[in-house]
Design a protein around this ligand. Structure first.
Ligand code: PRP
Length: 311
């Protein structure tokens, strides 16, 4: 945006008016907002869904002044602090679009540092997708209540976990063992952030007898005897799977055995097992995305979302 704007010498400090935002979201502090237009309410709902913080009309800019008198003001609809972006929504009425474009042009001339976009309704999802929020929501994820962990948040944390693991196994060649299928995304990202020579193996299990017993349907291919083994899990819920697999892996005689779980749903724990590396502690909600499924769908979402309970 800066490239489109006029020279900074045209800036006039002090011609903007700070004010308390009329509302902020998402979060429990959100108060009902008298949105001027229904599309603003819809935009706020979409931002809440994606977990993007917003402020409604937090700041007004004077576009024209005569002495101390302000002749023309402009108040963008939203400010998104995480993206450093002001948003002005618009409808398809051409006369309004032309007028708003004129205001935006003047604002950019006066404030080249301001990042502002004029958005049509259809552009909202496209914009959020460009800023790293899931592009599949509209098309392929019905029933999602909200994004719990964005793709960016996950990638940042996976990078931190990979770096820590790399530090903790100096000079070693650990074996990463994953349980199919939920772990696929996490394993693929984690292994690429570990700066050590690693081996990777997978197991597959199924439950029978009302989930009380576990059967191995795909066993290990590698010999774990004397190896430093890191068991990688997408989520630890009751802990029953982990408990079973740790006993099984211990029986293979590894030099060490630790656990790295992206998500820890501690509230549901039955079998308590120590997890050395935890990505995020998560609430007791039904989670999908980034490998986690509901009836074998949603695994390909690039974020982790909360699935709305069936009513
Ligand atoms: C998930 C997850 C863990 C297990 C954790 O697998 O991948 O392996 O549940 O649950 P627990 O702590 O209650 O034992 P799931 O059975 O959903 O299969 P999937 O990996 O194929 O999705």
């Amino acid at each position: 945006m800066a490239g489109e704007q006029g020279e900074s010498s045209r800036r006039e400090p002090g011609n903007e008016l700070e004010q308390e935002p009329k509302a902020v979201g998402p979060g429990p502090t959100v108060v009902p907002v008298p949105f001027v237009h229904p599309s603003e309410a819809e935009f706020a709902r979409i931002l809440d869904f994606y977990g993007v913080r917003w402020e409604y009309e937090p700041r007004s800019f004077a576009l024209q002044k005569q002495g101390d008198r302000v002749l023309e003001m402009f108040t963008p609809d939203f400010y998104l602090p995480d993206l450093g972006l002001y948003i002005e929504l618009t409808t398809l009425r051409q006369s309004l679009v032309t007028e708003k474009n004129g205001k935006l042009r003047r604002l950019r001339e006066l404030h080249p540092e301001i990042n502002i976009k004029l958005l049509y309704r259809k552009d909202i999802h496209r914009l959020l997708a460009r800023y790293g929020f899931g592009p599949l929501v509209q098309a392929g994820a019905p029933g999602l209540q909200k994004v719990l962990l964005s793709g960016d948040q996950i990638q940042k944390r996976v990078f931190e976990l990979g770096s820590k693991i790399s530090e903790d196994y100096p000079g070693q060649r650990p074996v990463l063992v994953g349980v199919l299928r939920g772990v696929i995304c996490f394993m693929a990202d984690l292994m690429r952030h570990i700066s050590l020579p690693v081996s990777v193996d997978f197991m597959s299990i199924s439950y029978y007898g009302h989930q009380s017993a576990v059967r191995i349907t795909k066993d290990l291919d590698l010999d774990l005897a004397g190896r430093h083994v890191l068991m990688v899990e997408d989520i630890v819920d009751t802990g029953m799977t982990l408990n079973y697999l740790l006993q099984y892996l211990s029986s293979k005689g590894p030099a060490s055995l630790e656990v790295c779980a992206l998500l820890d749903k501690r509230a549901r724990r039955i079998a308590d097992t120590s997890i050395k590396y935890v990505g995020f502690e998560v609430p007791d909600e039904f989670l999908v995305g980034y490998g986690l499924d509901y009836m074998e769908e949603y695994r390909n979402l690039p974020f982790i979302g909360i699935l709305r309970p069936k009513s």
